[in-house]
Write a protein that binds this ligand. Sequence first.
Ligand code: F6P
Length: 381
Amino acid sequence: MTTNAIRRIGVLTAGGDCPGLNAVIRAVTKTAILRHGIEVVGIEDGFIGLVDDRVRPLSFRDVSGILTRGGTILGSNNRCNPRHHPTGVNPDGSVVFSDVTPRCLATIRRHGIDALIVIGGDGTMAAAASLVAAGVNIIGIPKTIDNDLVGTEISFGFLTAVATATEALDRLHSTADSHHRVIVCEVMGRNAGWIALTAGVASGSDMVLMPEIPYDEENIARFIDQRMRGPGFAIVVVAEGATPRGGKQVVARMDPLSPDPIRLGGIGERVAEVIASLTAVEVRTTVLGHIVRGGTPVAADRILATNFGFHAIHTLMQGARGRLVVRDNNLYTDIDLLASAGKQRRVPLGHPLITAARAIGTSFGDRPTGIDPASEPSTIC
Ligand code: F6P
């Protein structure tokens, strides 16, 4: 399809929601209408809206005033991959999955949609594959609080999640200090530690446990003992995907209807138990969970979302097909849509933030760390 043939586009948001989705929907819709005179329709609840034919027009007015709103006005879903969609139940109670790509294609044809703007993470881009293979032109926009999409240095939603987690950690500091306790705070992030690392450093937390750096229980206990002999309290941030050395991730539940069925959670409590059993310290656990996915996007995420939305339409109107708009070295560009499908970008071990955090005495639980505060001189010369 040539650029000139694009008269109407569809927009959908898929996967777990995150702050900034509405800001992207707004930027896509306004750019399409104002700059190119293209009609925009919204598809409800991700790919399920294509399966069930739930499509509605999006006007300039519909997207005015939504910049600051959390969530997505279109709804989202992290259970749908058109190639593997639950369509019934077997006599033994197991779910029947079918390829419903033809139903999606029929909806796209019925509504005269010339291209789709798909806003999602690696699972969403993987889910888009069967539509791409069938010839649908899709331009993707990277979304995830986890910041783990391959090909982009940042996804929108991440910075708001970090800001929310940082505020929570700040609050935990004062209560941990007052009670001379250790507080373990578990944060989302799936198999990557971006949120834990960034919020951990931003809040000055004492220990960051993340999937990329397996921890050692003895090192955790030694570090906590040191902290208790010095400041007398400690904040430990634990990414939900963190593991002990040689151990496994803690799975909270399985979601059999989801293409990515594992839901992590519970490692915070495990770490708290380890600390309580190896030290004489009082420990509490807080799990932030979905709190970091809600609420209004921070300014930086609004800017990112607006840039991504504009660039998606710009890329489409340049005649591109099957591309993911990304940010690389502070510049907006695009890569093959499927290059990031089903892959995850983890924190590199040599990341500068890890180096800086280690330099200021933050422990990652993997090795003996820092100065023993009890042996520090009491006066500064
Ligand atoms: O990918 C975003 C995310 O919030 C992850 O950090 C988390 O592991 C997962 O989604 C939770 O999924 P759900 O909303 O299905 O519980």
